[in-house]
Write a protein that binds this ligand. Structure first.
Ligand code: 5AD
Ligand code: SF4
Length: 397
């Protein structure tokens, strides 16, 4: 059993300890079971101590920097009956030649940059994932070429902040260059996530607009609509400069959809700041948004900030925010009724003659088709009805 953990918010932590109880029970009935904990939580020293002291039935603890050692650690755990721990804190390692077992045969994630140097004051990622490390472009290109040969139709270039790609590589090669080179390989769909607004250059926007196989969807986390709170968060942009970038992307990339992340209840956020977030959302009318209540992460600068807002009020703000974001998801989707969108067929639904897939703008579409469709084909779908988080349609033609 491998528990791959997340440390981004407190509730992710809590889930792990919930699962551990079940693992302990399993181990009692199956003595040769090997249990491993990996991921971000295991980059936090106090969590490792907790596992070492209170959960000795765990066989392997492995961090994010040496995950590639896991197969060898399993072999050793099988031979010796003792807890094995291997966690490095700040390493320069960039994994290559890892054998992936990919779930999908048509859509693949490709890491292009590990770690993050932004140190937003609320965020644990720079501590658990270490410093920004870009993969060599030649390694990325080989991986994409290999996936194309295997029949993949879509790739997503992945990183905590993909827009910083190449900054640590000592040449001028950046995300705009990489996107362009990958697009030229001819795979039908290229996506990328996540983009920090600070590193978004004009040349990136131009490349997204220029290549029809770079999908017109940008995930652009804003976190807050108040410049005061953005400063406390260490986000390096203001409400005004974010909106300038937002407008530029909307203008230059035709039909682009933009999604975001928002945190409410950051220490120091008052009702007026929160209202600025609401008004920014009213302006941006996002196609999708992931919304969170601020969660204190140990060791981050925000841990030391004074926080006067009761949790109840933060939860209330989240609910008010969700009402507004949901209203726009539906409103944007309604505008698509009657139009025809290209959909990459990802699977068959449990209902007869029903399929699902995503539009170029990353909208989930459930649709009917009388003819049998090949998974991985791109087909025109007429949108018949809009919901908040998905669209219904029928094969056109
Ligand atoms: N509390 C709440 N949300 C957080 N995020 C990151 N750290 C925290 C935190 N401490 C959110 C941000 C980020 C997304 C991946 O998770 O919105 O963009
Ligand atoms: Fe965390 Fe993203 Fe900020 Fe990096 S850019 S510190 S991953 S929120």
């Amino acid at each position: 059993v491998v528990l791959n953990t997340c440390a981004i918010r407190e509730n992710a932590n809590d889930k792990v300890y919930g699962y551990l109880g079940r693992c302990k029970h399993l181990k009692k009935i199956k003595k040769d079971l090997i249990i491993c904990i990996s991921g971000c939580l295991m980059q936090e020293p106090h969590e490792i101590e907790e596992i070492k002291n209170r959960h000795q039935y765990i066989d392997i603890i492995v961090g994010t920097h040496n995950l590639s050692d896991l197969p060898q650690m399993i072999i050793e755990a099988n031979e010796k009956n003792m807890q094995k721990i291997e966690v490095f804190s700040n390493s320069d390692i960039v994994f290559e030649n890892v054998k992936y077992n990919r779930d999908s045969k048509i859509s693949a994630w490709i890491n292009i940059i590990y770690g993050c140097d932004k140190f937003c004051t609320y965020c644990i990622v720079p501590y658990t994932r270490g410093k920004q490390r870009s993969r060599k472009s030649s390694d990325i290109m080989h991986e994409v070429e290999d996936l194309i040969k295997k029949g993949y139709k879509e790739i997503t270039l992945l990183g905590q902040n993909v827009n910083a790609y190449g900054k640590d590589l000592y040449d001028d090669y950046n995300l705009a260059n990489l996107l362009e080179d990958v697009a030229k390989l001819g795979i039908p769909r290229v996506r990328f996530t996540t983009s920090h607004p600070w590193d978004f250059t004009d040349s990136m926007i131009e490349v997204i607009a220029k290549y029809p196989n770079i999908m017109p969807h940008v995930h652009l986390p804003v976190q807050s609509g108040s410049s005061k709170v953005l400063k406390l968060m260490g986000r390096r942009y203001t409400r005004e400069s974010y909106l300038e970038l937002f407008n530029k992307i909307k203008k230059i990339v035709p039909g682009v959809s933009i999604s975001t992340d928002i945190i409410v209840g950051f220490p120091g956020e008052d009702e007026d700041d929160f209202k600025e977030t609401l008004s920014l959302v009213e302006y941006c009318k996002y196609d999708n948004a992931f919304t969170f209540v601020f969660s204190v992460r140990s060791g981050t600068p925000a841990e030391k900030l004074k926080d006067n807002t009761p949790l109840k009020e933060k939860e209330d703000r989240l609910q008010r925010l969700n009402e507004v974001v949901n209203k726009y998801f539906l409103e944007n989707n309604k505008k698509l009724e009657g139009t025809t969108l290209d959909v990459l067929v990802e699977g068959v639904s449990s209902k007869k003659n029903m399929y699902y897939g995503y539009s170029e703008t990353n909208k989930l579409i459930n649709f009917s088709s009388r003819e049998e469709l090949e998974i991985g084909s791109i087909v025109p779908v007429k949108i018949t009805s809009a919901k908040t988080w998905s669209l219904d349609g029928e094969l056109n033609g």
